[in-house]
Design a protein around this ligand. Structure first.
Ligand SMILES: *Cc1c(COP(=O)(O)O)cnc(C)c1O
Length: 366
C-alpha cells in the first residue's frame, strides 16, 4: 500500500537520545528546555526572532486571529484545509470567500478588492501546495485598506521567496508541523509574527490567558507544545534539507512522466521561490485526457495506491455550513477541487513506485 504521504522520522536512537533528558528532569510540558531549544533552532532556520510554538497548526491560526482582536469579515479562500475556515468561524468572524488563481491555486488578486466592505478586518490567504501567494500585492491592498494579514503557511515550511523566509510575510504566518507535513513534530505548529505585542498575547493565549501567577488577562486556550513534540522537532529539523532534496528528486521523476501530456496540468515551481516540494497535485481535464479525476483515483486504489482529493470538497461546501455560502461565487475553486488529485509524495517514495503510479495514470488516458 502506498499512501499520499508518509511521515518523516529520525532514527530511533536519535530520538531516544533526545528524550533521555526529559526522563531525568521530569519536565514534560509548559515551555521546558526542549521547547526552548527547538524554538531557538527554528529562529535560526526561519531567520526570525518572533516565533511562538503551538500544539498544532490549527491553534496557531485560531489564536493568531484571537490575538489580533478582530471583528467583522475576513477575506479568505475555500480551496484549503478545514482548519483555515474553521479558525475564522470559531472566532465569530465571517469568512468572505475569494476565488483562486487557476495556476497557483492561491487567492486571486484581481478579485480581493471587490470583496472589501466597511466590515472587512483582515485577509487570511493560504499558500497552497507550497505555492506562495502574491505577497507584494496583498501587502499593498492591506496597507491601502488598513487590514491585517494572517497567512496560512502550513504548506510552506522551509521555503523562501526572493531569498526571504515565508515567516516574514504579513502580520502573522502560521505553520503546521503535523505528521503529514514536510516537517513534523508529530503534532505541532508555530506562528511567526511582526509585532512583539502580538507575540506576548499569543504566549498568554496558548496558556489559558495566564499572564502572571496571579493574573489571567484573556480567555485563552491550552495550545502549548509539549517536550516530546519539541524533541521530535529538534531531530527532524537536523534532517530537513536532505528530506526536501529527496522530495525534489521524487517530484522531478513524476514530471519526467507526466509533463507535456495533454489534459494534465502540473504544478509549476514559481519564479523566485525555493520550493519545499510539499505536494504533487495533478489537475485533470476530462474533455482532453478522457478519464476524470475520480476514475483515475479509483484505478490507482485498485493497485493499493491512495492519492487524495486534496482539497475537496471546498470548505464553503462543508455540511457544517449548509446553506450559508454559495460555491458558485468561486467557480475556479469549485472546478479545480473537482478535478485535482494529489499524488503520493514523500522523501522515501521509491522511484519504481513513482514509475508505476504514472504508468497506471497514463493507462487511463483515452
Ligand atoms: C495541515 C493544515 C492546517 C492545520 O494544521 P494542523 O497542524 O493539522 O492543525 C491548516 N491549514 C492548512 C492549509 C493545512 O494543510
Amino acid at each position: 500500500m502506498i499512501f499520499v504521504t508518509r511521515s518523516s522520522i529520525p532514527d530511533f536512537d536519535e530520538y531516544m537520545k533526545e528524550i533521555k533528558d526529559i526522563w531525568e528532569s521530569h519536565w514534560l510540558t509548559n515551555m521546558g528546555p526542549k521547547h526552548e531549544q527547538f524554538k531557538n533552532m527554528l529562529k535560526d532556520y526561519l531567520r526570525t526572532d518572533n516565533i511562538e510554538l503551538f500544539t498544532n497548526g490549527h491553534m496557531a491560526l485560531e489564536l493568531s486571529l484571537q490575538a489580533m482582536e478582530l471583528e467583522g469579515e475576513v477575506i479568505t479562500t475555500p480551496f484549503t484545509f478545514a482548519s483555515t475556515t474553521h479558525a475564522i468561524v470559531r472566532n465569530r468572524l465571517e469568512p468572505v470567500f475569494c476565488d483562486i488563481d487557476p495556476i497557483t491555486y492561491t487567492i486571486n488578486m484581481d478579485i480581493i478588492e471587490s470583496l472589501i466592505t466597511d466590515r472587512t478586518c483582515a485577509i487570511l490567504p493560504v499558500h497552497v501546495y507550497g505555492n506562495i501567494c502574491n505577497i507584494e500585492e496583498i501587502d499593498r491592498i492591506a496597507k491601502k485598506y488598513e487590514l491585517k494579514v494572517i497567512y496560512d503557511a502550513a504548506h510552506t515550511f522551509g521555503e523562501t521567496y526572493k531569498g526571504l523566509s515565508t515567516s516574514e510575510f504579513g502580520d502573522a504566518s502560521c505553520f503546521s508541523f503535523h505528521a503529514t507535513k514536510v516537517f513534523n513534530t508529530i503534532e505541532g505548529g508555530a506562528v511567526c509574527f511582526r509585532d512583539k505585542e502580538i507575540g506576548m498575547k499569543l504566549r498568554d493565549l496558548k496558556n489559558f490567558g495566564i499572564h502572571g501567577q496571579e493574573e489571567v488577562s484573556a480567555v485563552g486556550a491550552n495550545a502549548k507544545m509539549n517536550e516530546f513534540c519539541a524533541a521530535m522537532g529538534i531531530c527532524n529539523l537536523r534532517h530537513i534539507d536532505s528530506e526536501i532534496a529527496k522530495r525534489k528528486t521524487a517530484a522531478e521523476r513524476y514530471n519526467s512522466h507526466l509533463s507535456g501530456i495533454d489534459g494534465i496540468q502540473l504544478n509549476t515551481i514559481q519564479k523566485d521561490v525555493q520550493s519545499n516540494y510539499a505536494y504533487y497535485p495533478v489537475l485533470f481535464d476530462k474533455s482532453i485526457f478522457g478519464a476524470d479525476r475520480d476514475e483515475i483515483s479509483d484505478e490507482l486504489k485498485k493497485y493499493g495506491i491512495h492519492p487524495r482529493k486534496y482539497f475537496y470538497p471546498l470548505t464553503s461546501a462543508f455540511t457544517a455550513f449548509k446553506g450559508r455560502f454559495d460555491v458558485g461565487l468561486t467557480p475556479s475553486a469549485l472546478s479545480i477541487s473537482r478535478n485535482i488529485l494529489t499524488l503520493p509524495l514523500y522523501a522515501d517514495l521509491a522511484i519504481e513506485d513513482i514509475d508505476r503510479i504514472c504508468e497506471i495514470i497514463l493507462s487511463c488516458k483515452k
